[in-house]
Design a protein around this ligand. Structure first.
Ligand code: F6R
Length: 366
């Protein structure tokens, strides 16, 4: 059932061209820049009346939510908060019926996320669940259910469900943006065309996995690993660190590049591996200056950069390449590189990849 792969995690990483495709399939009309989301029980008028979005999730799904914040704010102009399920349920949230809460949960069974979304309903908020499991508990608690079509995920580390969640967030953000008139038709068309190209681009990354494996093996015996990114790549840095720590047991932390000098630089020393997500976009120069700060401490930098970026090689020790896409969509590609980096690191360390110690696939208790 692992289809010839040594681990479910590797199989699931390799399924992403299909799972991303299946998640958007039938929903994108690039001819008129619209998306069809019949499962969404919100009229355009209701969308225009959304005062704020509150995304609630845990773990990897929370990292997807953090990407979602940038999408809803940048594309649809809707202020978006992202809350950890276990914190939200014991907070005293300021909620009302014009706030839309979106639960993101692959399993649909995470106890803290379920409790948080139930509390949103008690404030009469409209609720959306993004989940991968048909008929899971969350589907009974939300007004609308948007299914990701990743197929069953067996490996404890979330991989294909994460990129499927991101895919659904792009679709939803474009839907909101078009309903609100904050995104012109040509921009929407371009984004949809580029989204359709993502599965093929993920396949290109998968085809070059030996380069990522070589890099992973170089650094596999390190004690600490840092990940930095800015803007949309900041949550991807968090996700890269989470994937690495959970399956390889290496201490890993993700930071927003601008935060380095507010503390983390103290930990960066001679030889420390630092992964910098440096794909092209409006913060490219900013992450380059962060890379220079890191190099000044003699750390070793692994950059995730675009295929055609020849400049980056001057500043870093290792480059892992991703195809160029719209900067908003680049998390869908950079993530795959970081999943493979974590996988091959854990493999080199002989870890129990599909069932890491102390972790369960779905956390149904608080
Ligand atoms: C990490 C991982 C966990 C889950 C978290 C939420 O790889 O799998 O962090 O993302 O337990 O799970 P769901 O999405 O089922 O609510």
């Amino acid at each position: 059932e692992k289809a010839g792969y040594e681990h479910f995690m590797l199989k699931e990483i390799n399924e992403q061209p299909r799972s991303v495709h299946d998640t958007f399939s039938g929903k994108l009309s690039e001819l008129d820049g619209s998306v069809n989301l019949n499962e969404l029980h919100l009229s355009n008028e209701e969308i225009r009346n959304i005062e704020r979005i509150d995304i609630i999730a845990c773990g990897t799904s929370l990292n997807a939510g953090l990407v979602g914040k940038y999408l809803f704010e940048n594309l649809a102009g809707i202020h978006t908060d992202v809350d950890i399920g276990s914190e939200f349920r014991y907070s005293n949230p300021i909620m009302n019926e014009d706030i839309l809460s979106i639960a993101i949960t692959q399993s649909g069974e995470t106890a803290d996320t379920l409790a948080a979304i139930r509390s949103c309903r008690s404030y009469d908020c409209n609720t959306i669940a993004i989940t991968n499991v048909v008929g899971s508990s969350i589907t009974r608690d939300a007004n609308s259910v948007l299914y990701t079509r990743a197929g069953p995920e067996i490996g404890v580390a979330a991989t294909k469900t994460f990129t499927a969640q991101l895919t659904m967030l792009y679709i939803l953000a474009i839907k909101f943006a078009r309903a609100k008139g904050t995104m012109d038709i040509n921009h929407a068309k371009d984004l949809l065309v580029n989204l359709k190209r993502i599965p093929g681009q993920i396949q290109k990354i998968l085809n070059h996995r030996d380069e990522i494996r070589e890099c992973a093996e170089m650094f596999a015996q390190e004690k600490d690993y840092f990940f930095v990114g800015r803007h949309l790549n900041y949550p991807i840095a968090l996700e890269g660190a989470l994937k690495l720590k959970e399956i390889s047991y290496i201490h890993a932390e993700g930071f927003a590049g601008g935060e380095l000098k507010h503390g983390p630089l103290a930990l960066i020393e001679d030889g420390t591996p630092v992964v910098a997500i440096a794909t092209k976009g409006h913060v490219y120069e900013k992450i380059l200056s962060n890379i220079k700060e890191i190099k000044a401490r003699e750390a070793r930098v692994i950059a995730v950069a675009n295929v055609d970026d020849t400049e980056i090689e001057k500043y870093v020790d290792w480059v892992l390449r991703v195809p160029a896409t719209d900067e908003l969509l680049s998390p869908l590609l950079s993530t795959v590189v970081l999943q493979l980096l974590a996988y091959y690191t854990a493999l080199a360390r002989g870890c129990s990849i599909d069932k890491p110690k102390n972790l369960a696939k779905s956390v149904t208790v608080e």
